[in-house]
Every structure is written in structure tokens, then in C-alpha cells.
Design a protein. Structure first.
Length: 224
């Protein structure tokens, strides 16, 4: 995101300094430049996810522009930065409070899973409906699409079976593995247990792992 923002700032400077870019400014600024920023930040995403991100960028830009104009501080860079950072902080806190009030239970996170010198990054869904626990260690079990871990699982990987219950099936055993670490929201969790799901967890590939809610309660290691 920092690289993406840097690209956006550099583009804005170049656009002001190169007169010939003004003619194609609207198309370049509101379509091409933003798409490049999205690609840098999130990589290749579905068209629905891309549209969602694009609309959020428009909303944020118009909102911050309105705040700056409301305070009439366009000529002072330091005041602009102060107001923008202050507004972003308040918006972040406000959005989180609103989500907490309306009781939103499912949130998408990016999970980085590492085993040895191999690392993958997948989108994960925090779902309060996932109550799967390993009966021996009492550790929460997140569920991931098996194919996503094909490059990480080896002969040395610790495997186990976790009992579960589901609709239409009173009980069963899910094959699971223990990964060296998983990073979510800047927190590292060691020796996480991941249940291996055959097939797709999301019909539109919105997420590939279902994160256990107790994983977030178990603590972890903050990244400095």
C-alpha cells in the first residue's frame, strides 16, 4: 500500500509537470493510474473486488477533499497533512465502532502462511460459526482449501485428524496439518492447525481459508 501510494503521489507530480498529460488527464487519473495502484496493493483480484476497491478510493478521495475545503487549508501543506491524518484516524475508529455496533461477524483478512522457506498469502474469512477445535491440544482449527497448501506440505509436515460435526453428517474426521506460522493483521501465530478442505470454500473465490475466531483471542507475537 505504501508503494501504491508512492506511485500515486509520483504520478500526480508528473501530471502537473508534463503539460501534454492534461489532455488525457481524466482517463489516466481516474482509470489507468488507479488500476495500477490497485494492482500494486492487492495484485490480481476479481472484477467485483476491483470495483469495490475502486469505489472506496473514489469515496475516500472525495471525502478528504471535502474535509480539506471545509477547513479552507488548501494553501498550507502542514495543515493539510494534519487534517488528513486526523480525519483518517477518526474515520478508521468510526468505521470499526459502526461495525461493532451492527454486530458484523464475518470479516475478510489476509493470512500469510509460512512453512520452512516457503510462504503463501491467502484471503481469509473470520467466521464465528467455525468452532472446530483439536481435542488433544485444545487449539483452534482454521479450515483452508487443500490445494492452497500443496507447495507447503512435505513429508516432514505434521499431520493429524480432527473430529467434526456438520449438517447432514453426525460426525467425521478432517485431515489437518500443523504449519510453522501464520501471520494475520501483523500478528504471528506459531504452530497453527489447518484443516484441509477438498474443494472450494467460496463460490466466487472471495476467500480460501476460514479463520477460527478463537485464533484472534489466543494472542500471538506482534511484528515490530
Amino acid at each position: 500500500m505504501i508503494l501504491s501510494a508512492g506511485f500515486g503521489g509520483l504520478y500526480a507530480v508528473v501530471e502537473m509537470l508534463v503539460p501534454h498529460m492534461a489532455a488525457a488527464g481524466i482517463f489516466m487519473t481516474y482509470i489507468i493510474a488507479l488500476e495500477v495502484m490497485i494492482l500494486i496493493s492487492f495484485g490480481k483480484v476479481s472484477w467485483k473486488e476491483n470495483l469495490k476497491i475502486l469505489l472506496f478510493i473514489y469515496f475516500t478521495a472525495f471525502l478528504l477533499n471535502g474535509i480539506i475545503n471545509a477547513f479552507q487549508i488548501g494553501g498550507n501543506m502542514w495543515k493539510v497533512l494534519f487534517i488528513v491524518f486526523g480525519a483518517c484516524g477518526l474515520l478508521t475508529v468510526g468505521i470499526r465502532k459502526v461495525l461493532a455496533v451492527i454486530g458484523r461477524q464475518s470479516v475478510i483478512y489476509y493470512a500469510k502462511i509460512t512453512e520452512g522457506n516457503q510462504t503463501i498469502c491467502v484471503r481469509g474469512l473470520k467466521d464465528t460459526g467455525n468452532q472446530l477445535m483439536d481435542p488433544l491440544t485444545k487449539k483452534p482449527v482454521s479450515i483452508i482449501e487443500k490445494e492452497k497448501l500443496n507447495g507447503l506440505i512435505s513429508e516432514e509436515t505434521k499431520m493429524l485428524y480432527v473430529p467434526y460435526q456438520s449438517v447432514g453428517k453426525s460426525n467425521g474426521l478432517m485431515k489437518a496439518c500443523i504449519m510453522e506460522q501464520m501471520e494475520v493483521e501483523g500478528i504471528i501465530y506459531r504452530n497453527v492447525i489447518l484443516g484441509l478442505f477438498e474443494g472450494k470454500l467460496s463460490s466466487n473465490n472471495e476467500y480460501h481459508i476460514i479463520l477460527h475466531p478463537k485464533l484472534f483471542e489466543s494472542g500471538g507475537e506482534n511484528i515490530d
